[in-house]
Design a protein. Structure first.
Length: 127
């Protein structure tokens, strides 16, 4: 995201074209993958028995990962902005809130998709 923010001296989103979508897509894929990894079974192999409970447990794990990553990214961007330009426009704060919500949604989605995929595979391999 730092590269997208400093692309040729100014943010990619302020430049012509749609290249600014590429770093966003990479970020969404990263949050989705992080949520999927968070939904992995524990080392003891214990998983809730009902599908709904398993999805809820995985969704909670994905939400934790997404929220933690969003907090870290907002803190890093806040520190970067404080060093470069101490002013903080209200629009930037709105973007931070939207990005944090999108990060949590992408992580929860990855966790739930991973859980449903795991359930489908286990049902197919059951005798």
């Amino acid at each position: 995201m730092v590269v997208a923010e400093e692309w040729h001296g100014r943010p990619m989103i302020d430049q012509p074209g749609l290249w600014w979508l590429l770093p966003g897509a990479v970020a969404v894929a990263g949050f989705f993958a992080g949520g999927a990894l968070a939904a992995r079974p524990t080392s003891s192999g214990e998983r809730p028995t009902s599908s709904g409970r398993a999805c809820a447990t995985s969704a909670f794990a994905g939400a934790r990962v997404g929220a933690l990553a969003a907090v870290l990214l907002v803190a890093a961007d806040g520190a970067r902005r404080a060093l470069l330009d101490p002013t903080l426009p209200a629009g930037v704060v709105a973007y931070w809130v939207e990005a944090a919500a999108a990060a949590v949604v992408a992580s929860v989605s990855g966790a739930v998709v991973a859980e449903l995929s795991r359930r489908r595979r286990s049902l197919r391999s059951a005798p």
